[in-house]
Write a protein that binds this ligand. Structure first.
Ligand code: XMP
Length: 511
């Protein structure tokens, strides 16, 4: 079923995904496309309205991104945000000027006119600004609808539904931003709001059923919410013609293999094969210290195990993957290609020579939408809120060689971190919290004796997407309890340290 769609043209802002998410939260399907998409391709998507995102560049730069000029003839509603407003101003003949300093942070605005975009909002509102260039004068056909201390902050075309906002309605620091976006979506674009997780489940199930017919599918489970929800949707469509495979690579957290298997089998009724491949992974990792080599070995071995299990199952036609929308949004060359810092082998990486067709039921969803679908499908809350866990698991949290003994040590320490974070009711609000086993030993004293043992580092970060992160200021008492418990209860550890670096310059994982 085709949904009402709002297109977000991406000019490279860090907030582009947030714009699309806010629109979807309001119940309208929104898609992000590169700013360079041709007018023909834009029209094919039948947008009810188009948003021009912000972006890091200045309209004055010779290589600044500009959309297909036919866009400005669009007869439907257009909303330019930040750089998007500057583009509109520049195109329609207003004056954009470089500011002497960046305007960044909260700013008060005065509403100047009665306007559908700001309908229902008070005369003065607080907004979030983040821009260098400013609008000196709006184009002739436009009128200023809100003003900040320093410049026009919002404008509208006098005869068409074209609007510009110098501030960011999509961020939480613009408290009434949601109302502004709703005004754009409903009265201005005329949307009805036909995007809900309930209808998503229903439509997706039907669509998978008709795509797969009588065919069989296979799905690699990782214990996380994405692969579980992808499997559940396919299971709802084709029942036990879907087989899930959950590989114990020996690098999972304590009791994770058995507890995930129990949940997916008994509570979610999925048809799952659990494969104990611990020794195979451990053998191949013997003597390996280089993080990228660890990743490559684990990725390769996973594919081998997966292929062997699939062969055992006989003829299979489809591979189910939990790919999410942020992975499929076309990357745009606004900032240039980013360097590979770490290769990420996700569990379920496609075994290429199996020639399976892909089913990716979550391709259109953001992570928070996957969580909503999970609730809709009665996935236990524990699993819905599970923190992300890297495919190579504890191997990238044991610095240096991975051995059975070091795995056991890290598992014990990691379990204590998890228990205490959960007991303090912080687990769901933290992006990731875990223990890391360092490749050094330190001197300590226990009783009357000298010890020379392992060091555990604790890492806890807040993040929105894993791309950037900040360390969490965990309460002193919590850190004290975790430290005491680890040195008292985990054999071979006599020191605990807390990692207080953000990403960048560090990364979340230590390897
Ligand atoms: P970094 O360490 O790059 O991590 O800051 C960002 C996010 O990615 C996860 N991560 C991985 N996930 N395979 C994965 O599936 C990997 O090799 C891998 N390395 C890091 C990490 O846990 C964090 O959420």
């Amino acid at each position: 079923m085709a949904h009402e769609t709002i297109l977000v043209l991406d000019f490279g802002s860090q907030y582009t995904q947030l714009i699309a998410r806010r629109i979807r939260e309001a119940g309208v399907y929104s898609e992000i496309v590169p700013y360079s998409l041709s007018w023909e391709e834009i029209k094919e998507r039948h947008p009810k309205g188009i948003v021009l995102s912000g972006g890091p560049q200045s309209v004055f730069e010779s290589d600044s991104p500009h959309p297909d000029p036919e866009l400005y003839e669009f007869s439907g509603p257009l909303l330019g945000i930040c750089y998007g407003m500057q583009l509109l101003t520049h195109h329609f003949g207003g004056v954009v000027a470089p500011s002497s300093c960046r305007e960044y942070g909260r700013a008060p605005l005065q509403k100047m006119l009665k306007t559908p975009l700001l309908d229902g909002l008070p005369r003065e509102i607080e907004v979030w600004m983040s821009h260098a260039d400013r609008i000196e004068q709006v184009p002739e056909q436009f009128e200023v609808i809100a003003q900040s201390d320093s410049a026009p902050a919002a404008m509208q075309h006098s005869t068409k539904t074209i609007y510009g906002l110098q501030f960011h309605p999509e961020v939480v620091h613009t408290p009434l931003g949601k109302d502004i976006l709703s005004n754009f979506l409903f009265p201005i674009c005329g949307c009805q709001g036909d995007w809900s997780m309930e209808s998503f489940v229903e439509e997706t199930t039907k669509q998978i059923a008709s795509q797969l017919g009588e065919d069989k599918a296979i799905c690699g489970l990782s214990g996380g919410v994405d692969s579980t929800v992808a499997a559940l949707l396919v299971h709802r469509a084709i029942g036990d013609r879907l087989t899930c495979i959950f590989v114990d690579n020996g690098l999972l957290r304590k009791n994770e293999f058995s507890s995930v298997l129990d949940t997916v089998r008994e509570e979610l009724n999925l048809n799952v094969v659990g494969v104990d491949a611990q020794q195979r992974f451990l053998d191949r990792l013997q003597g390996v210290e280089d993080p990228e080599l660890k990743r490559r070995i684990i990725g390769e071995e996973f594919i081998r195990v997966f292929e062997e299990e699939a062969t055992r199952l006989g003829e299979i036609d489809y591979l189910v993957q939990g790919t999410l929308y942020p992975d499929v949004i076309e990357s745009i060359p606004v900032r240039g290609p980013s360097a590979v810092i770490k290769t990420h082998h996700n569990v379920g990486g496609l075994p290429e020579n199996m020639s399976l067709d892909l089913v990716e039921p979550l391709r259109e969803l953001f992570k928070d939408e996957v969580r909503r679908v999970a609730r809709e499908m009665d996935v236990p809350e524990d699993l819905v809120h599970r923190q992300p866990f890297p495919g190579p698991g504890l191997a990238v949290r044991i610095l240096g060689e991975v051995t059975q003994e070091r795995l056991d040590t890290l598992r014990e320490a990691d379990e204590i971190v998890e228990q205490e974070i959960k007991a303090a009711d912080l687990y769901a609000s933290i992006w990731q919290s875990f223990a890391v086993l360092l490749p050094v030993r330190s001197v300590g004293v226990m009783g009357d004796g000298r010890t020379y043992e392992n060091v555990i580092a604790i890492r806890a970060v807040h993040s929105l997407d894993g791309m950037t992160a900040d360390w969490v200021q965990l309460p002193d008492e919590l850190l004290r309890t975790v430290s005491n418990r680890i040195v008292n209860q985990v054999q071979g550890v006599n020191r605990v340290v807390y990692d207080i670096t953000s990403k960048p310059p560090s990364t979340i994982e230590w390897e």
